[in-house]
Design a protein around this ligand. Sequence first.
Ligand SMILES: [Zn+2]
Ligand SMILES: [Zn+2]
Length: 177
Amino acid sequence: MASGSQSGRIESFERLTRQHGLPLTVQRRTVFEILLGREDHPTADQVYDEARPRLAGISRTTVYRILDTFVQHGLITKICHPGPAVRFDPKVRRHDHLVCLHCEKVIDIEDRRLARLPCPDVRGHGFEIWDYHVHFLGVCAGCRNRKKGGSGSRKPLRRSDGKPAARSARETFKKGR
Ligand SMILES: [Zn+2]
Ligand SMILES: [Zn+2]
């Protein structure tokens, strides 16, 4: 089931692979389709599990390599996540994330104010900032419902002004800026 915007994304994916001189193999196309079909920011292993029945004989290493190639060419992004596994995001348009510390779920958010954050002065570090990404850590609706009455291991760090206290930014390595 491909929505209109998904088929648009596949067309632009095909155009970009041509521009980048990447041969459009069935494996690459299928991996990209799998990513587009999910909004949960899957791990490489989750992509592999979904690719296996669709691509007979595909190896885990091949899926990892395809994902890395996509990241290098800016077709998808790797996202910052406190869990042990790297997560992949097919949405390359500017957006930020809510991350559940219980189930590791990642939810996309778009807020124009986050796109206008002032960059810190990091000249003293000799660092050149290319991009940033904000993730808000907390508990998702599903986990909040399940945990009702239970004891959470981690207390919310809410500030008195009601603003979230847990926020971190990262610098991603994006090409072509
Ligand atoms: Zn959760
Ligand atoms: Zn995302």
